[in-house]
Design a protein around this ligand. Structure first.
Ligand SMILES: CC(C)(COP(=O)(O)OP(=O)(O)OC[C@H]1O[C@@H](n2cnc3c(N)ncnc32)[C@H](O)[C@@H]1OP(=O)(O)O)[C@@H](O)C(=O)NCCC(=O)NCCS
Length: 343
């Protein structure tokens, strides 16, 4: 017989508030064309992207996270002191240690909230949401702040025509808290490490140690290049189109609903053609609002789903209480899909 008391959590969890931060600098395709042989028409038709935001010096990972979180906390109607845990999903915080989450938790004014970073690429938001739900139901936190934040412009090789136009910067945050009825469905998630090489950093950090310089990539002027995200575009595209629609369907099944029951679809904003293909495969009815934030935000990895969610609510295209399917997928390869009630 165990002597340990069971922990007491809430019966269910829900997203209570959402907030986003987009850097002030808007970058049109014309700027991308300064470094690659392409065209505005090609970029728009192949990816759907016409503009993206790039962060300035002041718009750090911490600063963007704090701005987005402040809005999410206000939207949730709680105080920062009530937050018990801060989960930050990012691949563009450039200190190996400590996690950026602790600085964010402190600057927001939480009372020593548990704080940590996770690395789950473009599925990071779904991974963070799943952890948050677990903490609330298990009882280790009453409110959890989940942040997806990226400065992918720091990790973009502007001379690589396969990726230069894809990425953007920004932060999205949600507050997750207790609920009396289910508002975050079962997560369908996983990884396919056999495809780890299809989206990756060009050169690992340790190669930048003095002595390894001759093995580093150089730009067109002979300068050592900073690491960048590189990908096998077609392989990733095919995987996203064929495999992720199945995962999305599994998340609907797990939540016990059909596409007819959905109000909103918020897939990871990677490429509008992937979004179109998933809408078709899932046979989403006309009444379902589909997030297309990628057009003006680009791919912001972990930030893309909460940023798109915030925009749909802000423009009135979606409303509080709507039922939304969210799915993230990317580097790892990893994925996570679930059905949520919008805050
Ligand atoms: C990157 C992506 C838009 C490229 O589109 P694509 O249709 O697969 O393009 P391909 O790489 O097959 O190239 C097709 C042609 O366009 C050319 N091309 C490639 N990049 C180009 C560019 N930026 N501008 C103009 N032409 C380009 C290629 O040279 C090729 O020409 P060819 O047919 O004469 O050989 C697409 O693969 C994609 O979106 N992949 C998934 C990306 C993604 O979502 N990643 C993140 C997941 S989290």
């Amino acid at each position: 017989m165990s002597k340990i008391k069971p922990s007491k959590g809430a019966p269910y969890a829900r997203i209570l508030g959402v907030g986003g931060y987009r850097p002030t600098r808007v970058v049109p395709n014309e700027v991308i064309l300064e470094k690659i042989d392409s065209s505005d028409e090609w970029i728009r038709s192949r990816s759907g992207i016409s503009t993206r935001h790039w962060a300035g010096d002041e718009e750090t990972v911490a600063m963007m996270s704090i701005e987005a979180s402040g809005k999410a906390i206000a939207d949730a109607g709680i105080a920062a002191e009530q937050i018990g845990a801060v989960v930050v999903s990012t691949v563009s915080h450039f200190a190996q240690t400590p996690a950026i989450a602790t600085e964010i938790a402190d600057k927001l004014g939480t009372q020593k909230a548990a704080a940590f970073d996770i690395s789950a690429g473009c599925a990071g938001f779904g991974y963070g949401l799943t952890l948050a739900k677990g903490m609330i139901v298990e009882g280790s936190a009453e409110y959890v702040l989940v942040i997806g934040v990226e400065r992918l412009s720091d990790l973009t090789d502007l001379e690589d025509r396969a990726t230069a136009f894809l990425f953007g910067d920004g932060a999205g945050a949600v507050v997750v808290g207790p609920a009396q009825e289910p508002a975050i469905g079962p997560t369908v998630w996983g990884s396919e490490g056999d495809k780890a090489g299809t989206i990756k950093q060009t050169v690992p950090w340790d190669k930048y140690r003095v002595g390894d310089v001759e093995h580093l990539p150089l730009d067109s002027e002979g300068n050592v290049k900073f690491p960048a995200i590189t990908q096998e575009g077609q392989a990733v595209f095919r995987w996203a189109v064929f495999e992720m629609a199945k995962v999305a369907q599994q998340a609907l099944d797990a939540a016990g609903i059909t596409p007819d029951d959905l109000d909103v679809f918020i897939p990871h904003q990677a490429n509008e053609r992937i979004i179109d293909s998933m809408v078709k495969t899932l046979k989403l009815p006309e009444h379902v609002t589909v997030a297309r934030d990628v057009r003006t935000t680009g791919n912001t990895s972990a930030a893309s789903i909460p940023l798109a969610m915030e925009r749909l609510l802000a423009t009135g295209e979606a409303k509080s209480g709507d039922t939304a399917l969210v799915i993230g997928f990317g580097a790892g390869l990893v994925y996570a899909a679930t059905v949520v009630t919008l805050p």
